[in-house]
Design a protein around this ligand. Structure first.
Ligand SMILES: [Zn+2]
Length: 278
């Protein structure tokens, strides 16, 4: 049987969780239909690692950005970038951060296909105003460099939309691991954002999200595993892997009443269109 080619638009394949068996896993995943993946950026120390893997394995791409969970690691009194007395970033620090991200993207033109992952997260202790400042830096940079954005949004869809309204991203992007209502999905789609579909849809309890992803146009959907996180239903507690992407694709196909081939082709085309990957 021919496996349909699938693209994993969000996979932290450079993380240490894959150090012991990355190459074997890549072989297994490509044998079961994976054609490529994007490793999102989390911190300046991590981008070169991701870029190196892109040079070793064809089909791998990455993005450069500061993930909300890594903000504390990058910013603070002991860190590379300093906060001003009000806890926010000075214009000088914002410019320094933009330069570092921009330089990395310029150095790795062929491999670096997006800005991110960046965004907002209400479940972490980092003040929202600081997270918003960082998101603003990423949006501005994406607009300057004509790149799409990879957005992390946890319980902050309205706040993200407010940021987009104030500072509209011009080259679209993806709301990674989208979870929410059809109405929310449509608001992101109206701003040229795609929705990243991962393991969440394999859980029957995610009814609202499943219903939204059943109804949105297939042109607005990307597949993702978010490995090593976000295990599929039945695999809780275990390491997630790009090897499981076909199961997410199958679940989406059943949900929408279309073939696995149709899901594979459409989502791969969407990734090619958004990120310019082949
Ligand atoms: Zn991620």
């Amino acid at each position: 049987m021919n496996n349909p080619a699938l693209f994993d638009s969000h996979c932290h394949f450079d993380f240490p969780a894959f150090d012991s068996d990355r190459l074997v896993l890549w072989q297994q995943s490509t044998a079961s239909g994976l054609s490529g993946l994007i490793m999102p950026g989390v911190s300046p120390e991590q981008w070169p690692r991701a870029a190196r893997w892109c040079r070793e394995l064809p089909g791998l791409f990455y993005a450069a950005g500061i993930h909300p969970h890594w903000i504390e690691h990058c910013i603070g009194p002991q860190q590379r970038w300093q906060q001003a007395s009000d806890g926010l970033l000075s214009a000088q620090t914002r410019a320094q951060i933009a330069t570092v991200i921009g330089d990395d993207i310029a150095r790795n033109k062929a491999q670096c296909v997006a800005v991110g992952e960046c965004g907002l997260d209400k479940l972490i202790a980092v003040p929202l105003a600081l997270q918003q400042q960082l998101l603003g830096i990423h949006i501005e940079l994406a607009n300057q460099l004509r790149k799409p954005l990879i957005i992390h949004s946890v319980k902050t869809h309205s706040e993200i939309l407010a940021c987009f309204k104030q500072q509209p991203p011009r080259y679209g992007g993806v709301i990674h691991a989208f979870s929410g209502s059809l109405e929310m999905a449509q608001q992101f789609i109206a701003r040229d954002f795609l929705l990243g579909v991962g393991g969440t849809i394999t859980y029957a309890r995610a009814q609202k999200t499943r219903e939204a992803l059943r109804q949105v146009p297939i042109e607005s959907v990307l597949l993702e595993t978010d490995a090593p996180d976000m295990p599929l239903c039945g695999k809780q507690g275990a390491r997630n892997s790009p090897h499981y992407l076909p199961q997410i694709a199958q679940c989406l196909a059943e949900l929408r009443g279309i073939s696995l081939d149709d899901v594979a082709q459409a989502t791969r085309r969407n990734a090619q269109r958004l990120f310019g990957v082949s």
